[in-house]
Structures are given as C-alpha cells and as structure tokens.
Design a protein around this ligand. Sequence first.
Ligand SMILES: Cc1cc2nc3c(=O)[nH]c(=O)nc-3n(C[C@H](O)[C@H](O)[C@H](O)COP(=O)(O)O)c2cc1C
Length: 200
Amino acid sequence: MLLSDKRYKTIENVSYKVYNKRKRQLFFKGVKILKDFCYDEWTSRVLEQLQKGAFLTVQADGKMNTMTIGWATLGYLWKLPVMTVYVRRSRYTFDLLKNARDFTVSVPLDGQLKKELGYVGKFSGRDMDKFDQTGLKALPSERVESPAIAGCNIVYECKILARQTLEQKHFNDLSLYEHIYSDHDLHTVFYGEIVHYRKF
Ligand SMILES: Cc1cc2nc3c(=O)[nH]c(=O)nc-3n(C[C@H](O)[C@H](O)[C@H](O)COP(=O)(O)O)c2cc1C
C-alpha cells in the first residue's frame, strides 16, 4: 500500500510527548508506530546475516531494483531508529537512490534465497530486470513506496533522511582507503529512518 504525502506526514508528526507517555505501545489510527521496537531479539541474527547479504530494494521514477548489501548499520540517530546502507556510485541502485524517498532492506534468516542473493549481488539492474531473471517477488510495503522482497523473515522500511559520500580526506588511515577504494568507487551512505519493521 502506498501512502499519500498527507498520511505520511501525519504519522511522522506524532509528538514525542505522546510517545513518551505511552512508552512501549503507540498506535496511530490502528497502526503501530515503531520507534524503539525495531531492535529486538532478532537484531543480532540480522547483523549476522548482513555479513552474508540482504536485499536492498528501491523504487524511484517508476523504476525498481534490488541488490545485495553486506554493509549496513542499525542504531539511533537524531533520536530516531536509523539504518544506514553503503552503496558504491557505480551501482544502478545508486542511480535510483539519488532520486528516491525511501528504500527497504529485506533479510532472509533461514538460509533461503541464497542463490538469489548471489545473483542480484553480481549482476546489474542496468542490464536486466532482476525480478524477471531470478523469480524474486516484490512485496508491497506498508509505509514506503519501495517494495520489499517476499520470502524474507525481516523487512525494514526506511525513509531517506540524509546521504553522505565518503571521500579520501575522511579517512584517518589511508591504507584502509587504498585497500578498499583502489578503484575510487566510493560508497555513499544513505541514512534511512526505520518507519516500519515487519517480521514474517
Ligand atoms: C554479499 C554481498 C554483499 C555486497 N554488499 C554491497 C554493499 O554493501 N554495497 C555495495 O555498493 N555493493 C555491495 N555488493 C555488490 C552489489 O550487490 C553488486 O555490485 C550488484 O550487482 C549491484 O547491482 P546494481 O547495479 O543493480 O545496483 C555486495 C555483493 C555481495 C555478493
């Protein structure tokens, strides 16, 4: 389900006062709003799986793509639950993210979709429709435009708050820079507020 701008803003504007008062359970028009509920007993499994790969999916300008990510962090920034993802500028996904309002991260925890993770982590959506090629199914999100990947255990729906491109001068340890970026294909960090968290 896509959200109209109006409803999206309304959900965001729920005041912290209301949130603090009700602490661990906050509903707005029947929808549970997750501020600190997106990190739970599953989080350590998510972080472990990220080493092996998760799906970063984005839709923008009527185009959709998914790619494998291994680099991501979970935490709190600006008093919000945030997931950061790191995308090199050579990726087709990067082209879409530049114009996107949001993204999703879908995490398979039981060893499923391994082949698909390998495929979308190797080939570019510039050259093909990865959904057609792999049989992956896009799962409509509840609060963002970008869909998730069906068949995953955990989905984070994230609204892009900020982005930042890494540069050589940001590194204290130049040997690390040279080790990772010998091709100068730097990562841009996308900071996504987790506006919805789903478990399947
Ligand atoms: C396990 C794994 C983890 C990866 N992690 C990242 C990552 O965090 N950031 C990134 O830019 N590329 C990462 N990649 C590479 C991209 O998934 C790959 O280049 C992909 O083909 C890009 O697709 P696109 O051009 O359709 O965006 C990873 C690949 C694998 C297999």
